[in-house]
Design a protein around this ligand. Sequence first.
Ligand SMILES: [Cu+2]
Length: 122
Amino acid sequence: MKRKLIALAASGALAVTAAACSQETAMPAKEDMGSMDMSEAAAPAASAGPIRSTGTVTAVDAAAGTISLDHEAIQAINWPAMSMQFRAEDPAILQGIAVGDHVTFELKSTTETGVVTMVQEQ
Ligand SMILES: [Cu+2]
């Protein structure tokens, strides 16, 4: 009984994550340093990041700390391949990254999929 409930909760969370994915660019970033500790403490082990993937840079603004990626499918969070914008946790990681670069990148966690913590040219 308990296992069933956990499985349901997990699949529900995945569905929500997938639905939220395409809306990332339209929604303002709401993460801040204050809420980070709380979400990490509350997150189950299954939500621990990071999540690594690859993609092509379609836009980058190191000053604003944003990067748009045409990324491949990311199975860990049930995302299809798509183009979307991410926020760099530290804008410095975007220095030297240019449009057209093929990059490996990491999303902060399954619950903070709009934040990239690493971007590296392949
Ligand atoms: Cu996406």
